[in-house]
Design a protein around this ligand. Sequence first.
Ligand SMILES: Nc1ncnc2c1ncn2[C@@H]1O[C@H](COP(=O)(O)OP(=O)(O)OP(=O)(O)O)[C@@H](O)[C@H]1O
Length: 355
Amino acid sequence: MSSGLELRAVSRSFGSTGVLHDVSLTVPPSRCVALLGASGSGKSSLLRIIAGLDTPSGGEVLADGADLAAVPVEERGMALVFQKALLFPHLNVVDNVAFAARMAGRRRSVARQQAMEFLDLVQLADYARRPVGTLSGGQEQRVALARALARQPRILLLDEPFASLDVQLRQDMYALIDHIRAQLAPTVVVVTHDRQEASILADSIAVLDEGRILQHGTVHQIHYEPATQQVNNLLGGLNAIPGVVRDGRHHSALGVLAVQEDAVDGPAVLTVRQEALRLVPSGETGGPTIKGSVAGLTSLGARTLVRILVGADDPAGSTGSATLAVDVPGRPQLLPGQVVEVGLHEHRAWAVPQR
Ligand SMILES: Nc1ncnc2c1ncn2[C@@H]1O[C@H](COP(=O)(O)OP(=O)(O)OP(=O)(O)O)[C@@H](O)[C@H]1O
């Protein structure tokens, strides 16, 4: 069972300081939304309000259309997992997971039997009798997840639950969350400051900054159709070229490029993901290209970020110059100053009004 979640104009102030401002968000049942934002943007404050651990200064939290204002934490049908597992140190693994059922009055044997199903789900059934002090960080988080799931929440709230795990363990946990979603289909809200994690886990991402949602959209929209320049920055988009939009075309140091049809005329920044650009081998014919010179190379490991200066030798000097970042596979054999051509999938260019 899962519930739809809705936030309506939620705000929260501490004294005279507002930390959440008119936050509205809808998450359909069984969907996963990521709250993505820098440290201090209000992600945890929002999650605490959803869970009922804090009261909003204004606005409403609803589950399946019902206002939760008067519903206490334990009756909201939600479970929360934090960055720290916060297991009960005096209980072994299975009794940690069985805890809620025991509190609800179930017999020990029944509670343990049910707990075993959830330990099985997180692939820790063999660890049932272990003291929790003997677990690794990744195993602790699995137990914390099993304990949360044993409450059979309709909405699962995850507050940076994998932030302290190493890269490999995090990948394992992402697979586990996929598995849990496929098996139990809870609605999930995951707080993270890691855009890759948000993209892997969530169906949609709500980008939070200074207590406001800048944009809520699919993973694709947030990356390729940012609502503001700040969303582009927060999602790691490196290209933001100033210019002006006239009749669906953006004019800048890059030349004239088609952007979305409904782009508003006026000053606008052209965003185009570095991953949506490519270096065109000399002699290749086909779509439009942008000519520039190599300004620098940065290794990304298996890929390389090539920075290309465009428009610096424009004889008219009317449009100025711009640097374009292009993310390419491997390590291209390029020298600083070398002239290259960049292929741009025009439908990937997106204009954002300049403020
Ligand atoms: N109880 C409180 N009293 C006063 N200010 C608070 C309180 N709780 C949170 N804040 C402030 O609200 C803002 C948002 O904090 P919050 O913890 O929600 O951010 P966050 O995005 O989760 O950050 P992080 O990723 O670092 O956990 C911060 O400026 C924080 O100092």
